[in-house]
Write a protein that binds this ligand. Sequence first.
Ligand SMILES: NC(=O)c1ccc[n+]([C@@H]2O[C@H](COP(=O)([O-])OP(=O)(O)OC[C@H]3O[C@@H](n4cnc5c(N)ncnc54)[C@H](OP(=O)(O)O)[C@@H]3O)[C@@H](O)[C@H]2O)c1
Length: 285
Amino acid sequence: MKILLTGSTGQVGYELERSLQGLGEVIALDRGRMDLADLDQVRDVIRSVQPQLIVNPAAYTAVDKAESEPALAHRINAEAPGLMAQEAARLGAAMVHYSTDYVFDGTVAAPRVETDATGPINVYGRSKLAGEEAIAAAGIPHLILRTSWVYGLRGKNFLLTMMRLAQERDELRIVSDQHGAPTWSRTIADSTALMLAQARAGGDGWWLRHGGTYHLSSQGQTTWFEFTQAIMELAGIDCRVLPITTADYPLPAPRPQYSALSSAKLMAADCHLPHWKDALRLCLK
Ligand SMILES: NC(=O)c1ccc[n+]([C@@H]2O[C@H](COP(=O)([O-])OP(=O)(O)OC[C@H]3O[C@@H](n4cnc5c(N)ncnc54)[C@H](OP(=O)(O)O)[C@@H]3O)[C@@H](O)[C@H]2O)c1
């Protein structure tokens, strides 16, 4: 199977390049080889590679910057994935795409399931939701995997930022009234590969039975404050962590207050997901 992988320099894309190796020939493309802001290039590259599967972790992920660049965020997060799906339809290919907990408004204090009503409250969330809708509209075999609070040992993420700041400061003041589940980029990549191995074993009928949208985030839930405490504890860093409120730390893009996802549907598909603290421990190990 020929697999076109986008965003190979990102947290999830980097891990996917490794996890997908057992499934076929992985053609990993960075922004230099396929810029999602350039729709003509996206079309040309897909037509020249002719993949049987497109895996698209590339995205405009700068949540705050998106507030001042809505058109660019929409092109990269909605129009480009929609075009990929149309090209996949031409080729008879399948597509795996990633989305976010930020498609929800965060007003319900219970883990969200796939069928819950969406209602993004920032530009990034709206652009990601539009991407989901464009892929679903193409009518191709697909998986849309919504994840949350992604971290890993490379790229720009909360874990690495906290570990750096803890070396520079005596104390960290961290928001304690936003709830969610930190998810290791490797968990996302390995779960994707597991689902795709099932798809390969299940033949064409698998996509009809199991394709669609899944929540893919660590089990359990926490706050950014508690996550930071766990990072300090597990990394053995001595730095005081103090709770603050969202109002104490204003940012350009509003965040959903409660964005935990229920991954029960994915777990029922034989894809086990670790508790967020166990995954963090493994990542730091
Ligand atoms: N990060 C999170 O906390 C989070 C939470 C929920 C869902 N998600 C979703 O999970 C997926 C993976 O996220 P991630 O954390 O791995 O993101 P990331 O680390 O920020 O990586 C984003 C990737 O997209 C690439 N990219 C950005 N603009 C591009 C463009 N115009 N053309 C081609 N490539 C472009 C980046 O390339 P460069 O290296 O060249 O910039 C990078 O490889 C995304 O769909 C994201 O929306 C992420």
